[in-house]
Write a protein that binds this ligand. Structure first.
Ligand SMILES: O=C(O)[C@H](O)COP(=O)(O)O
Length: 327
């Protein structure tokens, strides 16, 4: 016997295939690409399930208002916008699509690493503005440089494979991955203290949880090589922005590519200064924004929801962050 989910609210511009699949199983869908907190609080009592990307904050207030809510589906990987602890207490399951957008996040990371090395963004902006700047944009090769990958899960290991092809030496850290597993994607597992003085580039692929918040802080940055470059396609909160900005101004960090921010869209004056810094390439959380990734996340969340209603309909496994099915 499956869960009784009659109506699903889909927000944040999740791919249309998600609604189509649910509809084809007679599950009613209400889609709101953009929704304010007030609208969400008003709408959520009408639905047994909610599907979000990263924009909507699924707070205690939202979960309390969802009197019929049984499941929150995250059409993506990170669940830091969902209060999973409260959901668990209330018996509301949380599911996600953990691998569905990993390749897209990986490819953006690789692109940003290349863009940093070769000053692609400022050089193109200068030429668009009519300036033929060659000497200003002499870059460096990636070949022979060391890339530190923090978080060696689905995204981090794909980054290693691709950046190895550019001749980069990959080293990394992940408490849940063994040295033997790392060897399979040609990466040397090291302790964090060993990593900082070796890295020419650092890329972040850990989830944002209490123990990873402010991971990259003043103390860490002072132990890095002068001129280290940082790529963050993970989460904004992984970097302590104040310390990072100081390191950027002093040249301790010589370049950074940031796709994610503590607050999105950013309005904090410090974040805006960082975005304006000439050594920074900033993009608006585009890691998962590809056609392929959005089709996959929409499909995986829809199929998991259908399976909860009609068990065994699809082969897609349930990705439970907090328990959905009774024990
Ligand atoms: O956690 C994720 O899956 C990525 O950061 C993508 O977030 P998005 O679905 O809001 O693009």
């Amino acid at each position: 016997m499956g869960l009784d989910i009659k109506s699903v609210l889909i927000v944040d511009g999740v791919g249309a295939n998600c609604a189509e699949i649910l509809n084809s199983h007679n599950i009613k869908v209400t889609t709101k690409a953009k929704i304010t907190k007030e609208e969400l609080l008003k709408e959520i009592p009408n639905h047994e399930a909610l599907v979000v990307r990263s924009a909507t904050q699924v707070t205690r207030e939202v979960l309390d208002a969802g009197s019929k809510l049984k499941v929150v589906g995250r059409a993506g990987a990170g669940v830091d916008n969902i209060d999973v602890a409260v959901a668990g207490q209330k018996g509301i399951g949380v599911i996600n699509a953990p691998g569905a957008n990993a390749m897209s996040a990986c490819e953006l990371t690789c692109g940003l690493t290349l863009a940093l090395a070769r000053h692609i963004v400022p050089a193109a902006s200068a030429l668009r503005a009519g300036r033929w700047e060659r000497t200003q944009h002499t870059g460096t090769e990636l070949n022979g440089k060391t890339l530190a990958i923090l978080g060696l899960g689905r995204v981090g290991r794909e980054v290693a494979i691709r950046m190895n092809a550019f001749g980069m030496k990959t080293i990394g850290f992940d408490p849940f991955v063994t040295a033997e597993q790392c060897a399979q994607f040609n990466t040397t597992k090291m302790e964090l203290d060993e990593i900082w003085p070796l890295a020419d580039y650092i890329t972040l692929h850990t989830p944002l949880i209490d123990s990873t918040r402010n991971f990259i802080n003043g103390s860490v940055l002072s132990r890095c090589k002068k001129g280290v470059k940082i790529i963050n396609v993970g989460r904004g909160g992984l970097i302590n922005e104040r310390d990072f900005y100081e390191a950027l101004k002093s040249g301790q960090v010589s370049g950074a590519a940031l796709d994610v921010f503590e607050q999105e869209p950013p309005t904090d004056p410090l974040t805006l200064e960082i975005i304006q810094h000439p050594a920074v390439i900033a993009s608006p959380h585009l890691g998962a924004s590809t056609k392929e990734a959005q089709i996959r996340v929409g499909l995986e969340i829809a199929e998991q929801l259908v399976n909860l209603v009609k068990p065994g309909t699809y082969t897609t496994p349930l990705a439970e962050v907090t328990r959905v099915l009774p024990k």
